[in-house]
Ligand binder design. Structure first.
Ligand SMILES: Nc1ncnc2c1ncn2[C@@H]1O[C@H](COP(=O)(O)OP(=O)(O)OP(=O)(O)O)[C@@H](O)[C@H]1O
Length: 586
């Protein structure tokens, strides 16, 4: 077991049940079906009216009523069809909305390691191209039964007109229908392949765009473009197979139709010659035959689209089946306030290995930090410092040992309640796509007023920077209006200042700060540490030399812990680290 042990077994999300999704609005679906039925009925009535007109023509009877009836049937049919299509579009959009929001919400609750392993582009494809394919299933839900009904009804009318010609028609179509069914079955596997290829290309493209400055700086555009072209080629190849399958269907149907037409004309001509069939009935039969063709095509394409929708459904269901972050089985809705006399964090023999990694990132790590005060976690790169912070915020779970936060084992902390007590500033100083105000207030239970916001911005020296934004605090950040690395870092600090959290975790919080801002940082951290537990991972020891407690890590273990002077005296690796940065002892 590595980084996601099942301390508790979270309930996997329910499968996507298409039938339930489609019947979520039963009245609208029934109305859409009835209207489509009315439109089909109107279309079916037309050839019969034609037969009446031809008969009336021959008998020199007035045609006014017949023509009026034909126009009325055509107009009513068109109106019913339009309304039915609109209702279906509405049902389809609502279903897609529900599925998209469900998939996005589920994805946000997945463990970080799973999201990284799946890839952002691949996950995005589920709510874009897969969702669009799923949307088509709604059209099919009425298209298929109606087409089947139309074909059956038309065949019955054709039997009524002339059963011998009907048998000729059915025999001519039968062999080709079997062929179409075979093609349609292969389409589902092909669509799954296409969607996988779409996910792969989206994944690579997203990753390239995120690393665009590196790609440009190292003139790696050709290399990136080559890899993208290879993915595009794979997608092209698999889509071409799909295209081939798709193009076969109309060809097979047209062939079937022509064969049926030839057979019917020959058989009908012979029967007319022997007087077994009237000209008007033959004309009506031919019209019905021609009219079945679109319905038979609708049946074939409908099955094809259904297969695409089912393939997309399976991909989305696979994602929904991945268990979200584990919540403890004994999770309580409200957790009693932690006692004041317990340490903020206690690690007991914690070991942990990242997914896909062969070596353990942490091995038997034990330490504890005070309820308030500044703890610095230091050590060379790769020592396991960031992993330690991730375990405190439960982004990952220990493979063995225990992590206790504010007196409660993290295995028993409800995630929301735990994270409400921790403010976490990550290495990337991430801002979400939202306004500066919203970014600052992340993690607040109650919104901060303007005075609090101004005080936090002032403390981190961001007042003027934010005032210069086009809409000040209400400027959306992330696209046209982004902040510099150092400004982001200070925004993240201001966010920590504004949070109600009892524990503040800072991962490399000063890497992009200038001298003045580093000084500000030290003041802020001292203020925070007076009332909360602040745990800082830092390479620049100058920023943490005032720490009450220093934890020296190396190769995934705690080498020593104590205050700065004690460690200087008794811990050679710490002394080496300090000397390498030329920090003067006070
Ligand atoms: N997502 C990951 N997947 C696999 N291995 C990882 C991952 N993140 C970290 N590691 C590995 O775990 C070990 C500890 O990494 P960690 O990031 O905790 O070290 P660190 O002390 O914070 O390093 P730095 O100071 O360079 O940020 C390293 O060997 C690293 O290669």
């Amino acid at each position: 077991m590595v980084d996601q042990p099942a301390r508790t077994t979270p309930r996997p999300a329910e499968r996507i049940r298409l039938r339930r999704e489609l019947t979520a609005e039963p009245w609208a679906l029934t109305l859409a079906l009835l209207l489509a039925l009315a439109s089909t009925g109107a279309a079916l009535a037309l050839p019969l009216l034609v037969r009446t007109i031809i008969t009336d023509f021959s008998a020199h009877r007035p045609l006014g009523t017949d023509v009026l009836l034909m126009c009325a049937a055509a107009t009513a049919g068109a109106l019913a069809q339009a309304l039915s299509s609109f209702l279906l579009a509405r049902i389809g959009e609502r279903m897609t909305y529900r599925l998209r929001t469900r998939i996005m919400e589920h994805t946000l609750r997945l463990p970080l390691a799973v999201v990284r392993a799946q890839g952002t582009g691949e996950l995005t494809a589920r709510i874009t191209s897969d969702a669009l394919l799923l949307r088509q299933v709604v059209d099919v839900a009425t298209q298929l039964p109606l087409a089947a009904l139309t074909v059956t009804a038309t065949l019955l009318v054709m039997v009524w007109i002339d059963w011998i010609l009907t048998v000729v028609t059915v025999v001519a179509f039968a062999a080709l229908t079997a062929l179409v069914l075979l093609i349609v079955r292969r389409m589902k596997a092909n669509v799954t392949g296409q969607q996988d290829a779409v996910g792969r290309i989206a994944q690579r493209f997203t990753a390239d765009l995120e690393a665009l400055s590196t790609i440009k700086a190292y003139r790696a555009e050709p290399m990136a473009a080559r890899a993208l072209a290879e993915d595009a080629e794979r997608l092209r190849a698999v889509s071409l197979v799909g295209g081939r399958l798709n193009s076969l269907i109309p060809a097979v149907l047209t062939l079937g139709n022509q064969l049926a037409l030839i057979a019917v004309i020959l058989a009908g001509g012979a029967r007319m010659a022997t007087g077994g069939l009237q000209a008007a009935a033959f004309a009506a039969f031919l019209l019905y035959l021609l009219q079945t063709v679109p319905s038979i095509s609708a049946l074939a394409t409908g099955f094809g689209r259904l297969q695409s929708g089912l393939a997309a459904r399976d991909r989305c269901t696979d994602l929904l089946a991945i268990a979200p972050e584990a919540e403890p089985q004994d999770a309580e809705r409200t957790v009693p306030p932690p006692p004041l006399d317990v340490p903020s964090v206690v690690f007991k023999s914690v070991s942990f290995t990242h997914t896909g990694s062969r070596d353990a990132a942490l091995r038997g790590v034990s330490f504890s930090t005070g309820r308030t005060g500044l703890t610095a976690v230091v050590g060379p790169s790769g020592a396991g410092k960031s992993t330690t912070l991730s375990l405190i915020d439960c982004f990952v779970r220990p493979a063995s040992g225990s992590v206790t936060v504010l007196g409660r084992d993290t295995a028993h902390w409800p995630l929301n309640a735990l994270r409400a007590r921790i403010a976490y500033v990550d290495q990337a100083f991430t801002l979400i796509e939202a306004t500066a105000r919203e970014n600052l207030q992340l993690g607040r239970t109650e919104p901060a007023d303007d005075v609090e916001l101004a005080a936090a911005l002032d403390a981190v020296g961001l007042t003027e920077d934010i005032a210069r934004l086009p809409r000040g605090l209400d400027t959306p950040l992330g696209r046209e209006c982004d902040l510099s690395g150092g400004q982001r870092q200070r925004m993240a600090l201001a966010r920590a200042l504004l949070s109600d959290a009892e524990i503040v975790l800072l991962d490399e919080p000063t890497s992009q700060l200038d001298g003045l801002n580093e000084q500000r940082f030290r003041t802020i951290v001292a203020d925070l540490a007076a009332t909360r537990a602040v745990i800082v991972v830092a390479h620049r020891l100058s920023t943490v030399q005032d720490a009450h407690h220093v934890i020296m890590m190396n190769h995934g273990t705690v080498v020593d812990a104590g205050d700065h002077l004690t460690l200087l005296e008794r811990c050679p690796p710490y002394r080496e680290l300090v000397t390498s940065q030329a920090i003067l002892t006070p």
